[in-house]
Ligand binder design. Structure first.
Ligand code: NAD
Length: 295
């Protein structure tokens, strides 16, 4: 009996259909990434305009691929046919893996996760793409938290190889194995991490941003810091430019979550330039003005 149980545990669930909740920057990208790798992906939002934008984003990536000769008409048609936009929960009923990518708000996510659990089969896997919210906290919205984990993609999804898979206290090994297998099928590189503020990437990135903020407060010229880190140290971009890409709203929020969660390692910075710019609505590339001005 115990041997059979062991074998059942080792079998990895095959995901035949994905569903993505939220058709924003991330949801649209995640639906595209499944679709382009041959996994039919239902994309659900609460408004039609967002669904239209999500589809436009996918077509845009495919058109660029066509211009570079990497995608032909057949591939474009097959990929778009694999994305089913919907406003209705009934359309996710057959999904084996649901990836929640709605706004970064614990209350909204809690409601969406509970609604999802009611809409899918008992053995469907449910993930959240949250950047900062604790997976153990979100798991409380579900009746069966063993089928839940974090599946954290990076922006832009079609270019960034990494996916952090976040194991909550109640996440089962079957769930982790199925999400790892699906991540690989989506052409991405999975790493499995335990639940903690910042997971892995932001745990490394945000102390770096904090170091940068302190240098600026000490009087450093941010363009000089960017130039050193990019041109002389050889990173793809410097911290000021990277903060403009991430967005000051997102960066300020994530830094707050980390300094609340691990105050001994991430002390709050008085007059942090990131917070000051966020208050002055200099959000970065998303609204055309951050450390630098765009367009
Ligand atoms: P976004 O604002 O671009 O998109 C959110 C979408 O969710 C919108 O289209 C909105 O209409 C939809 N939505 C809101 N409530 C909904 C509901 N009840 N049901 C279905 N859809 C609903 O946000 P985003 O930048 O794509 O971020 C989504 C998630 O991904 C967040 O948790 C964020 O932390 C995470 N994330 C973002 C990035 C990034 O760089 N933007 C990177 C990694 C992870």
């Amino acid at each position: 009996k115990s041997k059979g149980k062991k074998q059942a545990k080792q079998a990895t669930k095959q995901v035949a259909q994905n569903a993505v909740l939220g058709a924003g920057i991330m949801g649209g990208g995640i639906a595209y990434q499944g679709a382009v790798k041959g996994i039919p992906s239902v994309m659900k939002d609460i408004n039609q305009a967002a669904l239209d934008l999500g589809l436009k984003e996918a077509s845009g990536i495919l058109l660029k691929g066509m211009q570079r000769g990497k995608v032909d008409g057949k591939k474009m048609a097959a990929t778009l046919a694999n994305i089913t936009p919907t406003l209705d929960y009934s359309a996710i009923a057959n999904a084996d893996l649901v990836i929640e990518a709605v706004v970064e708000n614990p209350k909204v996510k809690g409601i969406v996760l509970a609604e999802t659990e009611d809409a899918v089969a008992d053995d469907a896997i449910i993930c959240s793409n949250t950047s900062t919210i604790s997976i153990n906290q979100l798991a409380k919205s579900l009746k069966n938290p063993s089928r839940f984990c974090g599946m954290h993609f990076f922006n832009p999804v079609h270019k960034m190889p990494l996916v952090e898979i976040i194991r909550g206290e109640d996440t089962s090994e079957e769930t982790i194995n199925a999400v790892v297998a699906t991540t690989l099928r989506m052409g991405k590189t999975p790493i499995v991490v335990n639940d903690c503020p910042g997971f892995l990437v932001n745990r490394v990135l945000f102390p770096y941003f904090a170091g940068f903020s302190r240098l600026v407060l000490d009087g450093a010229d941010f363009t000089a810091v960017d130039k050193v880190m990019e041109k002389q140290f050889g990173w793809p971009m410097g911290p000021a430019y990277l903060l403009d890409v991430v967005g000051m709203d997102t960066a300020d929020h994530a830094a707050g979550v980390m300094s609340d969660g691990i105050p001994e390692r991430m002390q709050k910075i008085d007059n942090d330039p990131v917070t000051v710019m966020f208050s002055n609505e200099r959000l970065g590339q998303k609204n055309g003005k951050g450390f630098y001005d765009y367009g």
